[in-house]
Design a protein around this ligand. Structure first.
Ligand code: SF4
Ligand code: SF4
Length: 302
């Protein structure tokens, strides 16, 4: 079983569009047969908007344990408020209150309270789902507003995707990675067979791509690159290619800007669906993504 991670240094580079197209291409490809899809962008998941999943399983995700106050036991002495370094405990009209959203779960208040009025409780921080799509199973998640621990949730959805892939004897997992270079990206990188960095020819794009490559290289992940909308700025695209030459990164694809892609996504459709390869000829960018897929799959299944 192979695992492909598609990542970008920032959001909006077309990463999810490419993953959606790969899902369609993989569905029609031997030896992929059943492909398991996983959306690791748990803070702002959007792969489901293209793949139209039918959710068949919902699971709760518990993040930090948080302080909870039992007002009946509290004498409002204020000792806990003095020790909370995160300003999560406030006093309002003589009564102590804990702002759950600000609590970092350090448990100092729990230990210091003379009346055992504070307990540390598991709090639901999000949910993750197993869904059916016409492309194969999709594991995706939704982290609650202002919740942290997205790296832990990424680990959870990846673990489930692997379990499903093993059960189905799948040959491929395609992972839509989180943007940026933070904790969720690090969680999505471990043990992948190949990472495809999707970038675009903008000053921010090239800067973020360099940082992401440095991160992936530090983790020993094999990296190839795709320049999306490369024809929007040939000069910056040339700079990206020069960076790749000097760092021995293969540019696996160059996808042109194509208004048909925008229109297709606005209709909530993937630009390539299984069994609809005829549409590829109508969308210039889809042809380039088809070539990119051929390059990626030949690397994965040599
Ligand atoms: S330390 Fe305990 S008793 Fe004192 S205000 Fe905090 S919760 Fe209430
Ligand atoms: S657990 Fe830590 S962060 Fe949360 S309220 Fe208590 S002292 Fe503050």
């Amino acid at each position: 079983m192979k695992e492909l991670l598609v990542i970008s240094g920032k959001g909006g580079t077309g990463k999810t569009t490419i993953v959606g197209a790969f899902a369609g291409l993989a569905k029609d490809s031997f030896p992929c047969k059943t492909t398991v899809l996983v959306d690791c962008d748990v803070d702002a998941a959007d792969l489901h908007l293209i793949l139209k999943p039918n959710v068949r399983e919902t699971n709760e995700f518990f993040g930090l344990r948080r302080a909870t106050l039992d007002s009946a036991k509290c004498n409002n002495c204020g000792a806990c408020r003095k020790v909370c370094r995160f300003d999560a405990i406030a006093e309002h009209e003589g009564h102590i209150k804990i702002e759950s959203i600000s609590c970092e779960g350090c448990a100092v208040c729990f230990h210091i309270c003379p009346n055992q009025a504070i307990s540390m409780k598991d709090v639901i921080a999000g949910r993750w789902f197993v869904s059916d799509t016409v492309y194969g199973p999709l594991v995706h998640a939704k982290l609650g507003v202002a919740e942290e621990n997205s790296g832990k949730l990424v680990m959870e959805v990846r673990r489930e995707a692997r379990r499903i892939a093993e059960t189905l004897e799948s040959s491929l997992i395609i992972c839509d990675g989180p943007p940026g270079i933070g904790c969720p990206v690090i969680s999505s990188m471990s043990d992948v067979d190949l990472a495809l960095i999707v970038t675009e020819p903008t000053v921010a794009g090239i800067h973020d791509m360099e940082r992401l490559y440095t991160l992936a290289d530090g983790f020993g992940v094999e990296v190839v690159l795709c320049i999306n909308k490369y024809d929007l700025d040939y000069r910056i695209s040339a700079d990206i290619e020069e960076f790749c030459r000097t760092h021995n990164i293969d540019v696996a694809g160059r996808v042109p800007f194509d208004e048909e892609v925008v229109k297709t996504l606005a209709r909530g459709e993937p630009i390539i669906s299984p069994g609809h390869t005829s549409r590829v000829s109508q969308i210039t960018a889809a042809k380039a993504i088809e070539q990119l897929w051929a390059e990626i799959s030949s690397r994965l299944f040599v």
